[in-house]
Design a protein around this ligand. Structure first.
Ligand code: ADP
Length: 251
């Protein structure tokens, strides 16, 4: 029996249209392009590089797993892709926008518009309840309060966390916080989902259901990039990018 009620079921009809998020069926466009991206930190009078000459192209509709040993630069890359980190050199184009040239406000707008991010350490807002955490990404969409509430209720139901909706993150277990973090990343149907070890704190069965959910969202057009140490999780994706010492390895 499925842990999540209808987690991988259809979204309520009309919901995506209501959110203005209808996808271009069958169109393959370049979503992400990195050219010569590098990142370094000052250390001992010199620089230590954590990303080296990273060239990467990801089309809309891809599902990529980033793998590699600890310290390889996976999270650093994901945070740059998620527009959380602008301290890099090189070119980064996202949805046709030159991110490396954008100011803070424009980057933030683009992030809110296009990206759902699952942080390794969840980053739920402590002073907001579970339901309020889920409603936040929807507040950046052009939706009525009643529409936002309906989407939050549907998402709580799909993740079987209705009973937790009025609790604060500190009142949840690590696994429950991770579920809420995944729910928050997908609630506003973003074009791009970035997930840093999204199932690290979940039971095997819950982890598999999150991967099935990602696969379903991907089959509907959502682009997904996940960092994972799990070959099983990587098996749900379309391709694997391997990193080592800040370099993308060419298999
Ligand atoms: P991964 O996700 O593959 O485990 P990370 O992207 O987290 O790797 O880290 C890559 C490297 O960057 C590591 O060697 C880490 O120590 C280094 N690093 C991360 N943040 C900083 C920082 N603020 N100052 C110096 N080095 C850092």
């Amino acid at each position: 029996m499925s842990f999540f009620r209808d987690l991988v079921g259809e979204r309520a009809s009309g919901q995506d249209e209501a959110a203005g998020l209808v996808k271009n069926e069958g169109m393959q466009e370049r979503l992400i392009e990195l050219r010569g991206v590098e990142k370094s930190y000052p250390q001992g009078g010199g620089q230590v590089y954590v990303l080296r000459r990273v060239d990467l192209a990801i089309d809309e509709g891809d599902f990529v797993s980033v793998m590699g040993p600890s310290g390889a630069g996976k999270s650093t890359l994901l945070h740059i892709l998620g527009l959380h980190d602008s301290e890099f050199t090189g070119e980064f184009h996202l949805l046709g926008e030159p991110v490396h040239k954008l100011g803070r406000k424009q980057r933030h707008e683009l992030q809110k518009r296009a990206i759902g991010f699952v942080f390794q350490s969840y980053h739920l807002l402590d002073e907001l309840t579970v339901a309020e955490n889920l409603e936040l990404p929807l507040s950046y969409r052009n939706l009525k309060k009643s529409e936002r509430e309906a989407i939050v209720a549907d998402t709580l139901d799909r993740f079987q966390i209705v009973g937790k909706k009025d609790l604060y993150p500190r009142q949840l277990s690590g696994g429950q916080q991770q579920l809420v973090a995944v729910a928050r990343a997908i609630v506003a149907s973003p074009k791009l989902i970035l997930a840093d070890e999204p199932t690290g704190n979940l039971h095997t069965e819950q982890g598999a259901e999150i991967m099935q959910l990602f696969q379903k969202l991907n089959s509907e057009g959502t682009t997904i990039i996940q960092v994972t140490h799990s070959e099983t999780n990587a098996g749900y994706g379309r391709r694997i990018i391997r990193m080592r010492d800040g370099w993308i390895a060419n298999d």
